[in-house]
Design a protein around this ligand. Structure first.
Ligand code: NIG
Ligand code: FE
Length: 426
C-alpha cells in the first residue's frame, strides 16, 4: 500500500466540488447529463501541500486516506469549489482607450471600416508605442486584478499592439514583469502578426521578414513567449503569410496558435492542423469539414462569444456543431480594447451557452480543463487532481449552476493560487 499523502492544508465542508478530472469524461459525453465530465463530488474535501493538490474526495474518506496531522483546516461553508478559471486568449497589455470607437460603432460604423481607415487596432498601436514599460505593467496589474476577482488564476497575454521590434519586445517584457509581480500566472504569446503596421502597408514582405529574422529570434533568445500567434483574416494576414511566420516560430520553439475564421473565411484551419497548433480561436466562419478535422486532432477550438457580441454581430461561432463533431472547446474573453472590453469570463460562459449553443457543463469545462489544454498546460492546471497546482475558485453559492445562470454578477468568495489565498471577498 502506498503511504498516505501528507496534507498541509485541508478545505472541508465543500458542498459541491468540480474536479474536472480528465478521467471523468471527454468530448461527446451524454448530452443530457448536466454534470458529465465535471467530476462532481458532493460533501467533499481538498487536501494540499505546498503549491499542489495532494488529495480530493468525499470528506468522510479524508481521515482514512490522508495524513492530516498538523494541517490547517478551512471550512468552506457548503460552498462550491472548482479549478481556478483559465483565460486562454487575451490582449491584456495595451494603452489608450477605444471608447470613442465604440460610440462610432454604435452609430453604425463597422469594425472593419474603422480598421481600414487607420483606426481600430492601429489607434491602440499608436497609444501603446507611446507608453513606457512601467505604464504597461501598471495597466496590466489592474486588469489582472479584475480577472482574479472573477476567479481567473492563469491568463494568456498576447503582444500585438507594438508591431515593431522594439515595442513588441516592450510588451512581452512587460508580460514577463507582470508574471513576476502578480499572483496570477501569465502565459505569454507573441502576436507580432496581429495586423500589418500602417507604415508597412505597401511593403508587407518587409514586415514579415522583420518578424522572422529579428523579432521571433529575439523573443526566443530572451524566452519571452511560449506561443506564436497570427491573425489570419482579409484585413490582417493571409494563410500563406501565416505559414511562413508560424513555421519560423516553431523552429524557434514557439508552438502555433491562430486567430482563424473570424470575419472572412480563409480556410486557415488546415494549415493550423498541419502545423500542430495548440488552438484555433474565434471560428465564426468554420465549416463542418473543419470541425471534423479539428475533432481528429489535439488542437483546441476556442470560442470567444464576447467578441462577436461586443462587435454587435450575430454570427456567433457554431459551438453546437463543433461540440457535436467532438471538438475540444475552450471559452475565453479575448479581452482587448476593441472587440471585447471585459474581463468577466463567467459572463462569456453564459453567452457561449445562449449564442454558441453549448451546454453549461461544456462551458464550465471550456474555462477550465480545455482552456488549460489550449495553453498546453492541462497537466498542471484546469482540473483538481493530485499533483496538479492548487489553483481553486470558491464560489459564494451552493449550486455550481449559478456561475453561469446568475449572469453578470460577481460570485467569487475566495481564490487560491498555488496553495495560497490570493483573493477574498471584501
Ligand atoms: O482578437 N482579432 C484580432 N484581434 C483582436 C481585436 C483587437 C482589437 O480590436 O484591438 C481580437 O478580436
Ligand atoms: Fe484575439
Amino acid at each position: 500500500m502506498s503511504p498516505q499523502p501528507r496534507a498541509e492544508k485541508v478545505l472541508r465542508n465543500i458542498g459541491q466540488l468540480l474536479t474536472m478530472d480528465p478521467a471523468a469524461g471527454g468530448p461527446g459525453d451524454a448530452a443530457r447529463d448536466p454534470t458529465a465530465g465535471l467530476g462532481l463530488v458532493l460533501d467533499a474535501a481538498v487536501a494540499m501541500a505546498g503549491d499542489r493538490i495532494v488529495w480530493v474526495g468525499r470528506e468522510k474518506d479524508l481521515k482514512g486516506q490522508v495524513d492530516t496531522e498538523g494541517a490547517t483546516v478551512e471550512d468552506m461553508g457548503g460552498r462550491v469549489v472548482l479549478p481556478g478559471l483559465v483565460e486562454c486568449h487575451t490582449h491584456t497589455l495595451f494603452a489608450g482607450s477605444r471608447a470613442q470607437e465604440f460610440a462610432r460603432r454604435v452609430g453604425g460604423a463597422s469594425y472593419e471600416e474603422i480598421l481600414a481607415a487607420g483606426g481600430g487596432i492601429h489607434s491602440t498601436v499608436i497609444a501603446t508605442r507611446q507608453a513606457t514599460l512601467d505604464t504597461l505593467v501598471a495597466l496590466g496589474k489592474e486588469r489582472l486584478d479584475t480577472f482574479l476577482s472573477f476567479g481567473v488564476t492563469t491568463v494568456e497575454i498576447k503582444s500585438g499592439y507594438g508591431l515593431n521590434l522594439e515595442d513588441e519586445l516592450k510588451l512581452l517584457r512587460a508580460a514577463a514583469e507582470l508574471a513576476q509581480q502578480h499572483p496570477v500566472d501569465v502565459v505569454p504569446t507573441c502576436l507580432g502578426a496581429h495586423v500589418m503596421p500602417a507604415e508597412h502597408k505597401k511593403q508587407r514582405q518587409v514586415y514579415i521578414d522583420m518578424l522572422c529574422a529579428e523579432l521571433l529570434p529575439a523573443v526566443a533568445e530572451e524566452g519571452l513567449a511560449r506561443f506564436c500567434d497570427v491573425f489570419v483574416d482579409s484585413g490582417a494576414f493571409s494563410v500563406k503569410e501565416a505559414e511562413t511566420i508560424l513555421r519560423r516560430g516553431l523552429e524557434l520553439g514557439m508552438k502555433p496558435k491562430m486567430h482563424a475564421e473570424q470575419i472572412t473565411r480563409s480556410g486557415a484551419i488546415a494549415l493550423a492542423l498541419e502545423l500542430g497548433a495548440v488552438s484555433v480561436d474565434h471560428l465564426e466562419k468554420v465549416t463542418e469539414e473543419d470541425a471534423r478535422a479539428l475533432a481528429d486532432s489535439k488542437t483546441v477550438a476556442v470560442l470567444l462569444p464576447g467578441a462577436t457580441y461586443f462587435l454587435g454581430r450575430t454570427d456567433f461561432a457554431p459551438g453546437r456543431m463543433l461540440a457535436d463533431a467532438g471538438c475540444k472547446l475552450a471559452i475565453s474573453t479575448d479581452f482587448n480594447p476593441g472587440s471585447c472590453h471585459s474581463e468577466n469570463l463567467p459572463l462569456m460562459l453564459n453567452m457561449a451557452c445562449l449564442y454558441n449553443g453549448i451546454y453549461p457543463r461544456e462551458a464550465l469545462l471550456g474555462a477550465t480543463r480545455w482552456a488549460a489544454a489550449a495553453l498546453d498546460l492541462d497537466n498542471e492546471i484546469g482540473s483538481l487532481t493530485p499533483g496538479r497546482l492548487a489553483d481553486l475558485l470558491i464560489l459564494d453559492t451552493r449550486d455550481f449552476r449559478n456561475l453561469i445562470y446568475h449572469f453578470g454578477v460577481p460570485m467569487t468568495h475566495q481564490v487560491y493560487k498555488r496553495g495560497k489565498t490570493v483573493w477574498a471577498q471584501p
